[in-house]
Design a protein around this ligand. Structure first.
Ligand SMILES: O=P(O)(O)OC[C@H]1O[C@H](O[C@H]2O[C@H](CO)[C@@H](O)[C@H](O)[C@H]2O)[C@H](O)[C@@H](O)[C@@H]1O
Length: 283
């Protein structure tokens, strides 16, 4: 039987990753494949309202959806926002879990619990807090409905802005009983009790998936990587893929396979679908 590399698939650097890729190729219908949105499917841009998937990557997901059991996106965005920006409704049967798993979009419907009262408190206090922090011009607030994010990418000195914001945002999050979620030039204040790891695990259980692939790029994806490791312990082969950047190195350190950003992921998906088609299901 040819190795995955014989068809241009990159080789995971870990034994568990290689075993998971082989298991996925052998039984794709048993697999759940899940992807982060920003930085993984969509290149990072200065204005989150203009995010768009890497060219061809949604078509690749659509093709993948005909070959594997489940295609999902798990994002910090509101689910409907990711669907709209990504054109994700072009992927048959896709499940989109938004707000780190607090929302679920499927077949055009969003299911979510009401946000906790702390979100309204943060909405009321955050503008004055950002002003008082001394964070440089360009720091701005994204109100996502169920959570709020303070972005520094457009600030003169993004890292300095994050330093100035860290303590006051931590104090506000504590008072509002919300979770502080750091990311790529952003700090979010969001409801507790959910993360991408719990979201991924629930979906794997719901779909009774026997193989799992998860791809991400940011700190908020690390719980999903940990969930993949835990699933391996329960006998479910799992492959973690990092869409790499210079901004976050922890994700590459934890991954079985590193690809160069969304362009690299698009290429990986193309090779993966081609390999599954050539090999045929159950081969
Ligand atoms: O879980 P994700 O799908 O990765 O979403 C995480 C956050 O992504 C967005 O912010 C990031 O992408 C922006 C657009 O490229 C970029 O400008 C920003 O610096 C990044 O942090 C989004 O705006 C957040 O709401 C998401 O939670």
């Amino acid at each position: 039987m040819p190795s995955p590399q014989a068809h241009g698939l990159p080789e995971p650097t870990t034994r568990a990753g290689r075993a998971a890729l082989e298991a996925l190729l052998t039984d794709p219908a048993e697999a759940l494949t899940a992807f982060d949105f920003d930085g993984t499917l969509a290149p990072i841009v200065a204005d989150p309202l203009t995010s768009a998937p890497h060219p061809g990557i949604v078509a690749a997901l659509a093709e993948l959806s005909t070959l594997v059991g489940t295609v999902a996106v798990i994002t910090g965005r509101a689910a409907a926002t990711a669907v709209r920006l990504g054109g994700l409704d072009r992927v048959p049967g896709i499940v989109v879990l938004g707000h780190y798993g607090a929302e679920r979009w499927a077949e055009g419907r969003v299911i979510a619990a009401d946000p906790p009262p702390g979100v309204a408190l943060v909405r009321a206090e955050l503008p004055a807090l950002v002003d008082a922090s001394g964070a440089p011009e360009g720091t701005w607030i994204e109100d996502k409905g169920r959570s709020l994010a303070v972005h520094t990418r457009r600030a003169d000195d993004p890292d300095r802005a994050l330093e100035l914001l860290a303590a006051p945002l931590a104090e506000l999050a504590k008072r509002a009983d919300l979770r502080l979620e750091p990311g790529r030039m952003v700090i979010e204040l969001r409801p507790q009790g959910v993360d991408k790891g719990a979201a991924l695990t629930s979906l794997v259980e719901e779909r009774t998936a026997q193989r799992v692939l998860y791809a991400g790029d940011d700190l908020g994806d690390l719980p999903a990587f940990a969930a993949v490791a835990a699933l391996r312990g329960r006998g479910v082969p799992g492959l973690t893929v990092c869409s790499s950047s210079d901004e976050v190195t922890e994700v590459a350190d934890a991954a079985d396979l590193v690809v160069p950003g969304p362009a690299g992921l698009a290429e990986l998906l193309g090779r993966l679908t081609e390999r599954i088609r050539v090999r045929g299901p159950g081969a």
